[in-house]
Design a protein around this ligand. Structure first.
Ligand code: MF3
Ligand code: CO
Ligand code: CO
Length: 255
């Protein structure tokens, strides 16, 4: 299977990613103390429908389990795949990660961000800003002629230079007609290692960064991934197209 998209596939990836970015922005605007993660999920589902898209998460199968919601919303020590619930009320001082993955016209756009709920502590502010910067540095390495390990190394070294750890149990990925396609895009690795980056790849680059140790656990719901030491965690993700002119972020928020 080639990891390079055709021009017509790229046209449709652009459209799917633009929808994913718009929905993420719309859900982001609803975040405030008192809202439940289920409120956000239902809004996300409706925003997708209004744009002619649907959730790529809903019914997504891992083993015998099907994901039961339309978005992933992960609070504080939850790393990713937080299952929205009417019982989870966002509180002032929380950080919340919103991960929106849509299917539009047969193609998938995947993006995520972590944001404050109300006002947060300086140590959480810094965790969030270091994770966002790690994504930017990883994207800069998504250049034709580089290798995937150059992305991985840039992310890992930035994160660890601030004393945080990268999650190793989950990784970024190619994305296209399937949510998870080759190549794997780990957030740790060595410069110059891994698959060669060619023009026309669409990569979901997504550092997951823990304030404490790198280990994770999955809760008994079968989905929600938390830090093993219950330290807070942040996550940012963009779908990026590699071009001869450099990386192009397909999930940039609408202006
Ligand atoms: N959006 C996630 C990713 O970045 C995947 C979510 S799959 C789900 O790869 F089933 F948990 F929704
Ligand atoms: Co995602
Ligand atoms: Co992803």
């Amino acid at each position: 299977m080639s990891m390079v998209k055709t021009p017509s596939q790229i046209v449709r990836m652009r459209e799917a990613c633009a929808v994913a970015a718009r929905v993420l922005q719309q859900v982001k605007e609803l975040v405030r103390p008192g809202v439940t993660t289920q409120d956000l999920d239902e809004a996300g589902r409706d925003f997708m429908a209004a744009l002619g898209a649907r959730s790529a998460d809903y019914g997504y199968q891992i083993g015998s389990r099907r994901y039961p919601a339309h978005t992933c919303i992960s609070v504080n020590e939850e790393v990713v795949h937080g299952v929205p619930s009417f019982r989870r009320i966002l509180r002032d001082g929380d950080i919340v990660s919103l991960d929106v993955t849509v299917t539009y016209n047969g193609f998938i756009g995947d993006n995520a961000l972590t944001m404050p709920v109300g006002s947060i502590s300086p140590r959480l502010e810094k965790l969030v800003s270091v994770t966002a910067a790690a994504l930017d540095l990883g994207i800069k390495q998504a250049r034709v002629g580089n290798r995937i390990g150059d992305i991985s190394h840039a992310i890992q070294s930035h994160v660890e230079s601030h004393g945080y750890s990268v999650v190793r149990d989950l990784i970024g990925h190619g994305v296209g007609e399937q949510m998870h396609e080759p190549p794997e895009v780990p957030n740790f690795g060595r410069r110059g290692s891994g698959p060669l980056i060619k023009a026309g790849m669409t990569l979901a680059i997504e550092p997951m960064v823990n304030l404490g140790g790198s280990r994770t656990k999955t809760l008994s719901d079968g989905w929600t991934v938390v830090t093993a030491d219950r330290s807070p965690s942040a996550h940012f993700e963009h779908t990026v197209l590699t071009t001869d002119q450099g990386p192009e972020i397909l999930t940039l928020p609408p202006t």
